[in-house]
Each structure stands twice: as structure tokens, then as C-alpha cells.
Design a protein around this ligand. Structure first.
Ligand code: A3D
Length: 309
């Protein structure tokens, strides 16, 4: 029996719950929100896809944190989404309060769960969730790199007009303007894209990936992306409860890895039912290392601006 609770039944949370049920990645999916009726209505809508999509998972909604008891994994999507003209930093104060309160409830009602953070700004919220929960560091992690890497892969496929199956792309670092797409580690049929495309084209793909979230916000105007973010969470859930093979870029608390300490950023890890099983240290060039360090420094600055320490 696998139980997954999704806190926040908005666009990302609702879409996650639907995909988790459809793929039968959990026996029970609980949707929880502070808005009365929202998780219940969303869950009922999702359950009514079951006769059409033929899944057996049970999705239900609640406004009571006590219902997360027994969860193996809690996905935190509670918070405000970025609106046009709003930077990730604008979200910081408000979402910090929400994530601290939600994490406090998780440690109280589901102390043996793992926490997967989605709320932005992702790396700071993952750090807060880790610190507030008091959980071991391998039990608290965030989704950012999987989405950024999927976006990079999509842009590469579009540019080279090749099938997506041939592409593996990798983005590490903070989930934001200072993310670190890694062309050397992004391959088409095993060949690094740096061998297939001129440097200016690679740079354009990197820049488009860095701005991919904002590009969608500029179209939608009243919200941000949610289909690909939800699919990215589900990819991580598959890695946790599924075969556990391969590595994914995941936001984790670093304690000396990559020369970084007391900060959360995205790096490749192996996931298993016990959470983060191993942090993989890539052999980065001095330039790549310097971008990663800048990325982490930006996250630390935001953490410090919250005045926690
Ligand atoms: P939205 O559709 O507004 O849903 C958020 C939900 O959270 C709403 O239904 C709120 O009622 C609910 N909520 C607020 N406070 C609480 C609380 N204390 N307890 C329970 N529920 C609460 O937003 P969304 O689903 O589009 O986005 C959710 C979050 O994910 C935002 O912070 C986004 O910025 C973030 N996000 C991150 C990524 C990453 O790649 C990291 C991608 C997309 C969205």
C-alpha cells in the first residue's frame, strides 16, 4: 500500500493527483487544501475519470491535516504561483510562511514520510522544509531540475528535429534564472550537443531554458505552468517507488558535496523508496562550478533574507 498526500489542490496539485492515480503509482492519493470544497471537488472529478481510464487508485480530498497520517510521501504544492511581473523573490515571504506551517503539520501527522517540495522559490522552500521538519536530509527534496531538464530536452529536440527518445538533457543548480543547463552532459543518441550544434545555438537553447517558466507565464498571464511541473513530480515518484534506476536532478540539502554547505540546490541523485540514496558528483569545469556556486550563493542570500538564523 502506497499513500501519497498532495498539499495544495491547485493546478499543479490537482494535475499531480490525476497523473499519480492514472499511472497507479499509489493506492491512495489524498488532496489537501485550505480552501473548503476545493480538494473534495477536484478529487471527485479525478475519480470520475477512473471508469474511463481504468485505474484502481483512490483519490480523496480533505481540509484536515490529520488525514495525511500514514503517508509514504507528501508532495507540497501549497502556496502562491508566480503572476506576470512577479519575480520568484516576490513570492519568498508569503510562501515561506505557508511552507513552514505545512511542514510543521507533516512532521506532526506523517513523521515517517518523505517530503517532495514544489512550492517556489523551490530551493529556498526545500531548505525551509528540511529545517522545519527535522527530518533526515535524504527524506526532504525538491522538484526543479527534472522540469528544467525536460524543457531543455524539448528545445533541443525542436532545434535538431530529432525524436525525444534520443535525447537526455541535464540542468542542475537553483531552479531560477541562475540554473545551470549542462550542454556537455546533454546528449542526442549519446553525442553531446556541443558536438552537434554551434556554440551560439547551444547558448540560445540554454537561455531559452533559463527563461522557460517566464515564457509560459507571459502567455498565460494569470498563472504559471502546471502540466510539465506535475509530470516532473510524477517522474520523481516513479523513480522513488518504481525501478529506482538512473539518476535525476533533484534539489537536496548539500553538506560539502560540490564544495557547498548548508544550502539546497539541484544536483543529480539516485532516488529510492528511502528518498535520496546517493548524491552524484559530476566532474564540472571551473566555469560550470562557478555558475553552480553563484546559483547556490543566490539561494543562501534568500535564506538569509528570511532572517531564520
Ligand atoms: P495554485 O493553482 O494557486 O495552487 C496552490 C494551492 O495552494 C491553492 O489551491 C491554495 O489554496 C493552496 N494553499 C495555500 N496555502 C495553503 C496551505 N497553508 N495549506 C494547504 N493549501 C494551501 O498554484 P499552482 O498549483 O500553479 O502552483 C503551486 C506552487 O508550485 C507555486 O508556489 C508555484 O510557484 C509552484 N510551482 C513550482 C514549479 C517548479 O518547477 C518548482 C513549477 C510550477 C509551480
Amino acid at each position: 500500500m502506497v499513500k501519497i498526500s498532495v498539499i495544495g489542490s491547485g493546478r499543479v496539485g490537482g494535475s499531480c493527483a490525476h497523473l499519480l492515480a492514472q499511472r497507479e503509482l499509489a493506492d491512495e492519493v489524498l488532496l489537501l487544501d485550505v480552501v473548503e470544497g476545493l480538494p473534495q471537488g477536484t478529487a471527485l472529478d479525478i475519480m470520475q475519470t477512473a471508469p474511463l481510464e481504468d485505474f484502481r487508485a483512490r483519490v480523496y480530498g480533505s481540509n484536515e491535516y490529520g488525514d495525511i497520517e500514514g503517508s509514504d510521501l507528501v508532495v507540497v504544492t501549497a502556496g502562491l504561483a508566480r503572476k506576470p511581473g512577479m519575480s520568484r523573490r516576490d513570492l519568498l515571504q508569503k510562501n515561506a510562511q505557508i511552507v513552514q506551517s505545512v511542514t510543521g503539520k507533516i512532521s506532526r501527522y506523517a513523521p515517517r514520510s518523505k517530503i517532495l517540495v514544489v512550492t517556489n522559490p523551490l530551493d529556498v522552500m526545500t531548505y525551509l522544509a528540511f529545517k522545519t521538519s527535522g527530518f533526515e536530509r535524504n527524506h526532504v527534496f525538491g522538484m526543479g531540475g527534472v522540469l528544467d531538464s525536460a524543457r531543455f530536452a524539448y528545445f533541443i529536440a525542436e532545434k535538431l528535429e530529432v525524436s525525444l527518445e534520443e535525447i537526455s538533457a541535464l540542468v542542475i543548480g537553483a531552479h531560477g534564472d541562475r540554473m545551470l543547463p549542462l550542454p556537455r552532459f546533454s546528449r542526442v543518441s549519446g553525442e553531446p550537443i556541443t558536438e552537434l550544434l554551434p556554440p551560439d545555438v547551444v547558448e540560445n537553447l540554454v537561455e531559452r531554458t533559463r527563461g522557460a517558466g517566464a515564457e509560459i507565464v507571459s502567455y498565460l498571464k494569470t498563472g504559471s505552468a502546471f502540466y510539465a511541473p506535475a509530470a516532473s513530480v510524477v517522474r520523481m515518484v516513479e523513480a522513488i517507488f518504481g525501478d529506482g534506476k538512473g539518476s535525476l536532478p533533484v534539489c537536496v540539502y548539500l553538506d560539502g558535496e560540490y564544495g557547498l554547505k548548508d544550502v539546497c540546490v539541484g544536483v543529480p541523485v539516485k532516488l529510492s523508496p528511502d528518498g535520496v540514496e546517493e548524491i552524484i558528483e559530476l566532474d564540472l569545469t571551473p566555469d560550470e562550478m562557478s555558475i553552480l556556486r553563484d546559483s547556490a550563493a543566490e539561494v543562501r542570500k534568500s535564506i538569509e533574507s528570511l532572517g531564520l538564523e
